[in-house]
Ligand binder design. Structure first.
Ligand SMILES: CC(C)(COP(=O)(O)OP(=O)(O)OC[C@H]1O[C@@H](n2cnc3c(N)ncnc32)[C@H](O)[C@@H]1OP(=O)(O)O)[C@@H](O)C(=O)NCCC(=O)NCCS
Length: 206
């Protein structure tokens, strides 16, 4: 898949998830990092495998692009001890990487409470429903994981296909402050070999 194809895929996911404006995306090939100086600086002291290091930097470069498109140039997305990305005030975002591509999606925080993006590399042959379910779960997990401040316990959530293609309904635990979130059917997935992609977007209630 080309970079342009991935951008189109992400934009269509965002639109399907109900956002038409005030979002931006970033895409970076994993082997094309090092071109964003403030991102390259994050590399210091990062002791992991070479592949993981490249994926991390590509994810940060994708995030830097998405932020720059929102007039937030030069911001380095750091991480909490649990690995949750830390976004600048005023936006919420998410990062995902595969072996080849890193992507990031960023929304203004006055329209979105949180979001989660996930991409998985697939072949036409590996396009099993389980890959789609896995991708959907990871995107939901990123959006609602403990580091986001929301009371999420993975076992409390149920994902079910909803009517429209690629859409999933999320059943919200009774204990969850549902009035704060408008999720379902906002978890959407798209299969476009070699990528399976999923996006969870929690809209801020009006
Ligand atoms: C954290 C996790 C979601 C990452 O997903 P993945 O498919 O392995 O990897 P991806 O490339 O898509 O995403 C990795 C990025 O997610 C982000 N991330 C990591 N932990 C996160 C969290 N708790 N919340 C939000 N984003 C997170 C980071 O930016 C990370 O990249 P980085 O370490 O380079 O900064 C996954 O490893 C995990 O632990 N999942 C939880 C398992 C689970 O409970 N699943 C069932 C949910 S119902």
């Amino acid at each position: 898949m080309t970079e342009a194809g991935i951008r189109r895929l992400l934009v269509s996911l965002v639109r399907q998830a109900g956002a038409t404006q005030r979002f931006s995306i970033g895409v970076r090939r994993v082997d094309a990092t090092g071109q964003v100086p403030h991102v390259a600086a994050l590399d210091r002291g990062f002791r992991v495998s070479e592949r993981r290091r490249r994926e991390f930097l590509a994810g940060r470069a994708a995030a830097a692009e998405a932020l720059a498109r929102r007039d937030m140039q030069g911001y380095s997305v750091s991480r909490t001890e649990r690995g949750v990305p830390v976004w600048p005030p005023g936006v919420v975002g998410s990062i995902s990487h595969s072996r080849t591509w890193a992507v990031s999606v960023v929304f203004d925080s006055d329209i979105a409470i949180c979001c989660g993006v996930d991409i998985e590399e697939v072949t036409a042959a590996s396009a099993a429903p389980s890959v789609e379910l896995h991708c959907a779960r990871e995107s939901l997990y990123k959006a609602l994981s403990p580091g986001t401040g929301l009371p999420f316990r993975p076992e409390q959530w149920r994902l079910q296909r909803s009517g429209s293609k690629g859409c999933w309904a999320v059943s919200v635990p009774e204990s969850f402050p549902a009035h704060r979130l408008r999720l379902a059917p906002r978890l959407v997935t798209a299969f476009a070999p070699p990528l399976q992609a999923a996006l969870t977007l929690a809209h801020r209630a009006a």
